[in-house]
Design a protein around this ligand. Structure first.
Ligand SMILES: Cc1ncc(COP(=O)(O)O)c(C=O)c1O
Length: 382
């Protein structure tokens, strides 16, 4: 299989080779990596709940009671009562009629979109949507029109000339690599006018955005047809969910292949996600996160960065892949771990260091991180 080595050499030559970064601690504000303590500025553990005593205890108790694995798919023998409780909890948290839980967020998108959309239907998808949405669109065999980032007027133009049976507009709520938000009020208005469905991927907004921390729809005080999200980020666990009407969930339970043909989540992950929602409702950790976002943003702006994000995900643009890798490496030398993101995750020439805040970062963590960023800004002219 010589071609494998050739492909790998080609990936390396383009500066696109990916390797695993191994850390030796929990997802806390300061981590251990290769024997060094580093500030973690790249985690999706936005609320810091993977290390919360109540969340850890719930997971441990679930193992004691239900064991480590589900032992089957939800529709066969794997549906312990924990999963029903988790779905009820998410539905109540998201203020929807019902919820269906998948084993990952990736599977929620790749199962839901093809279940909803088929040949002869039309999907409108933001150009910066997450790969799991893109793959879900591909699996659907529908016509897919990719619209320029956040461009509601383009959505309207496409819908005006559409003669398709079913139409779906799908967008990230908070964009995973840019940290900006979908223009949901405009999208919703256009969708209503043209009888299209709206699906929002709230992987990065669940637990952090909106009056009740429910996500993007909560932030804009509106409803969408298909409210997808993950338990793998602010909810400190793993898995994906779709929240919506009874009929939607009943239908997906019968038609979403990634739900039907895969083993259920493990009991501790379900219990941890439920406990995280409890903590969010009782302790509102997002308040601390937003304080940290304000502090960090201000620090960056004072240094001369111009920031388009208005959330906890703040990319530092580095451009080409080499500069991205070199900047991330120097940042790590300065004591901060934040990932350099390159194509195909982001468009060509739009490499970046994706930084993200956690509610558990201290003032000193943020000050130290800003100091290190100042060093790479100076060196690479960011
Ligand atoms: C916007 C978005 N959707 C979906 C996913 C997939 O979620 P998961 O990691 O739970 O599979 C991710 C995360 O990686 C994401 O950023």
């Amino acid at each position: 299989m010589d071609w494998l080595n050739q492909e790998l050499a080609d990936i390396r030559n383009k500066g696109l080779y990916r390797r695993l970064n191994t850390i030796q601690s929990a997802q806390t504000p300061r981590i251990m990596k290769n024997g060094r303590e580093l500030i973690l500025l790249s985690s999706n553990n936005y609320l810091g709940l993977t290390d919360h005593p109540k969340v850890k205890k719930a997971a441990t108790n679930a193992i004691a009671e239900y064991g480590t694995g589900a032992g089957g798919s939800r529709l066969t023998s794997g549906n312990t009562e924990l999963f029903d409780q988790l779905e009820e909890k998410i539905a109540q948290f998201k203020d929807t009629e019902a919820t269906l839980v998948f084993s990952t967020g990736y599977m929620a998108n790749t199962g839901t979109i093809p279940a909803m959309m088929d040949k002869g239907d039309l999907i409108l998808s933001d150009e910066l949507n997450h790969a799991s949405i893109i793959d879900g669109c591909r699996f659907s065999h529908s016509e897919v029109k990719v619209y320029p980032h956040r461009d509601a007027s383009c959505i309207e133009k496409i819908l005006q000339s559409s003669r398709h049976q079913k139409k779906l507009i799908v967008t990230d709520g908070i964009f995973s690599m840019d940290g900006d938000m979908a223009p949901l009020p405009q999208i919703k208005e256009i969708a209503e006018k043209h009888d299209a469905m709206v699906m929002v991927d709230d992987a990065h907004a669940t637990g952090v955005l909106g009056k009740h921390n429910r996500g993007t729809a909560d932030h804009f005080n509106l409803n969408v047809d298909i409210n997808m999200g993950t338990m793998s980020k602010a909810l400190a666990s793993m898995g994906g969910y779709v929240a919506g009407s009874y009929e939607l969930i009943d239908y997906l339970r019968n038609r979403a292949r990634s739900f039907i043909y895969s083993t259920a989540l493990s009991p501790p992950t379900a219990a941890a996600a439920m406990a995280a929602i409890d903590v969010i409702e009782k302790e509102n950790p997002a308040k601390k996160l937003w304080n940290n976002v304000d502090l960090y943003r201000k620090g960056l702006e004072d240094m001369g960065f111009s920031i388009n994000s208005n959330t906890q995900i703040i990319p530092l643009m580095t451009g080409d892949s080499r500069r991205t890798l070199d900047s991330a490496a120097l940042l790590e030398k300065q004591g901060v771990f934040a990932l350099g993101i390159r194509p195909p995750t982001v468009p060509d020439g739009k490499g970046r260091i994706r930084t993200s805040l956690m509610a558990t970062h201290s003032r000193k963590d943020i000050d130290d991180a800003l100091f290190a960023i100042g060093v790479i800004k100076e060196k690479f002219g960011l």
